[in-house]
Design a protein around this ligand. Structure first.
Ligand SMILES: C[S@@+](CC[C@H](N)C(=O)[O-])C[C@H]1O[C@@H](n2cnc3c(N)ncnc32)[C@H](O)[C@@H]1O
Length: 424
C-alpha cells in the first residue's frame, strides 16, 4: 500500500519550502482531519480501502474520541494509536499538548508522547510528516531540516499491531484507536471460535490484554461488536477487563456506510462493573416470550428446485404492513416448511430507514417456503390476532427507538428481534 507516497512527496515538498513561503492555509489543509480520507479515495478504489480497512477518522469523531479519555494528555503521557493510518487521532492528541518556541524543541517533547504503528510504510510516513506540519501550523520557528524533524518521531513506526507484547507497552498511559473493520480469520484463541471475525474485535481484544493496568483507552469500534450476537463473548471479556462507558456515535462518515460507537475507560484486571452496551429500559416482556423467531429456511441461490411445489414468499412479494392471504408465487422446496399465520420481517435494515422492522403477515391456509432474507416470527398461540397485535408493535416509534439503540448494523438478527419489547 504505497499509494500515499505521492501525497507524502508533495507534503515533503511543501515542508521544505523556506519558512516565509509556508502559508498557514496550506499547512491547515494538510492537517485537516476530514480531507485525508478524500485524498486516499483519489488513490485507492473503495474495494482496496475496504481490504486495507483504511478509513480515516474525521475531525468531530476524533475530537470526541480524545475527549473521552478520563484523564488529560500531558507531557508525562505516552499516547499510542496501534493502527494509526495517516495519523488523524495522533494529530488530535497533539492538539492537547503545548509547543516550545522551535520545531526541534517541540518535536523532542511530542516525540516522547506520541506513539503510533501501522503496517503500511506510506501511512506511517504520512503520520510523521503531518505531525511536523501540525507543529509548524502552531506557529513555531522552523529551526531544523525535515529529516531532522522526522527523527524526533521515533515512536511512530511501521509495525504489525498484533506482534506487540506487554513489555513493549509498559509505559503507555493512553491508547486511542480506530482499528480496521475488515473481516479476518478467527485467531482461534481465548473465546474466538472458528470462522471469520471483525478485525476491530481482534485488535481491541489483543490491546485489552497487553496494555498496562490503569491505562486509559478510547476506541472507535463498529456497531456489530456492540450488538452482534456473534460477539457476546467479546462483550463479556471487555466487561471483565475494562471499566468503560459505551457511547453510540452513528454513521462513521457520509461516505462510509457503517455505524460506530466509542468505547472508553480504564483497563482494569478483574473489573466487576458491567459495561452498559445498551440503554437500560427496565423489565419488559420480549417478543420471544410469545413468539418463536427464526430466519427463513430457503437459501435461494443454493437450494435445488426439488420437492413439493409450495407457496413461496421473499422480499419482493411481501409488501410491508399488509396481510397476504393469496398465493402469488410457488416454488419447489424440500426443506423446512412453515405453517401460517405468522409475521415476516425484512432482515436488511438501517437506522436511516423509516421503519426498522418492516413486516408482513402471511396468512395462507397451507404450508409455505420462506426465503432466507426474512426473519419469521411465529405466534406460540397460532392466532392471526397475535400477528396483527405484533404488526402494530413493530410499526411503533418505540420499536424503532429500541432497534436504533440495540442494533445499528445494516441488518436485523434473530437475537435482536427476539428482544423487541412487546409489553412493559
Ligand atoms: C480504520 S484505519 C484508522 C487509521 C487512524 N487510526 C484513523 O483513525 O484515522 C485502520 C488502519 O489500520 C491499519 N492496519 C491494519 N492492520 C494492521 C495491523 N495488523 N497492524 C497495524 N496497523 C494495521 C491500516 O493500514 C489502517 O491504516
Amino acid at each position: 500500500m504505497n499509494q500515499l507516497n505521492k501525497h507524502n512527496t508533495s507534503l515533503r515538498d511543501s515542508l521544505e519550502l523556506e519558512e516565509n513561503q509556508l502559508d498557514s492555509s496550506t499547512l491547515s489543509s494538510l492537517v485537516d482531519l476530514d480531507s485525508i480520507d478524500l485524498v486516499l479515495r483519489e488513490y485507492l478504489t473503495i474495494e482496496e480501502m475496504r481490504e486495507a480497512g483504511s478509513f480515516f477518522t474525521g475531525s468531530k469523531l476524533a475530537i470526541s474520541a480524545v475527549n473521552s479519555f478520563q484523564s488529560s494528555i500531558t507531557f508525562d503521557s505516552v499516547v499510542l494509536d496501534p493502527t494509526c493510518g495517516a495519523g488523524n487521532l495522533l494529530i488530535e492528541c497533539s492538539r492537547r499538548l503545548g509547543v516550545e518556541s522551535t520545531l526541534s524543541e517541540t518535536l523532542k517533547k511530542w516525540g516522547k508522547v506520541l506513539w503510533g504503528f501501522d503496517i503500511h510504510e506510506s501511512f506511517v510516513e504520512a503520520t510523521r510528516l503531518r505531525i511536523v506540519v501540525e507543529a509548524l501550523y502552531r506557529g513555531i520557528e522552523k529551526d531544523c531540516s525535515i529529516d531532522e524533524a522526522l527523527e524526533f518521531l521515533i515512536n511512530i513506526k511501521c509495525r504489525d499491531a498484533l506482534t506487540l507484547s506487554n513489555e513493549e507497552l509498559a509505559s503507555v498511559t493512553h491508547a486511542i484507536m480506530n482499528p480496521p473493520f475488515t473481516i479476518w480469520p478467527s485467531p482461534k484463541e481465548h473465546y474466538w471460535k472458528i470462522g471469520k471475525v471483525n478485525a476491530a474485535g481482534i485488535i481491541f481484544d489483543k490491546y485489552l490484554r497487553i496494555l498496562p493496568e490503569t491505562c486509559q483507552v478510547s476506541a472507535i469500534l463498529p456497531d456489530v461488536l456492540r450488538s452482534g450476537s456473534r460477539y457476546d463473548d467479546f462483550r463479556v471479556y471487555c466487561s471483565s477487563s475494562f471499566n468503560a462507558e459505551c457511547s453510540v456515535w452513528g454513521r462513521f462518515n457520509t461516505k462510509t456506510d457503517v455505524d460506530v460507537f466509542i468505547l472508553s475507560g480504564v483497563k482494569k484486571h478483574e473489573n466487576d462493573r458491567q459495561i452498559a452496551w445498551f440503554e437500560d429500559i427496565g423489565e419488559y416482556t420480549p417478543v420471544s416470550d410469545l413468539f418463536d423467531v427464526r430466519t427463513g429456511p430457503l437459501v435461494a441461490y443454493r437450494e435445488p428446485e426439488e420437492g413439493p411445489l409450495l407457496p413461496y414468499f421473499h422480499l419482493k412479494n411481501s409488501p410491508a404492513w399488509e396481510v397476504v392471504s393469496d398465493v402469488t408465487e410457488r416454488r419447489c422446496f424440500s426443506g423446512k416448511v412453515l405453517s401460517p399465520p405468522f409475521v415476516v420481517v425484512k432482515r436488511t435494515s438501517s437506522p436511516s430507514d423509516r421503519y426498522r422492522a418492516s413486516a408482513t403477515i402471511i396468512n395462507i391456509k397451507e404450508d409455505v417456503a420462506i426465503e432466507n432474507h426474512m426473519i419469521v416470527i411465529i405466534p406460540k398461540d397460532g392466532k392471526l390476532k397475535s400477528c396483527r397485535a405484533l404488526l402494530r408493535i413493530l410499526k411503533s416509534d418505540n420499536t424503532n427507538a429500541f432497534l436504533n439503540d440495540r442494533a445499528r448494523m445494516r441488518h436485523l438478527t434473530v437475537g435482536v428481534v427476539k428482544a423487541i419489547p412487546i409489553k412493559k
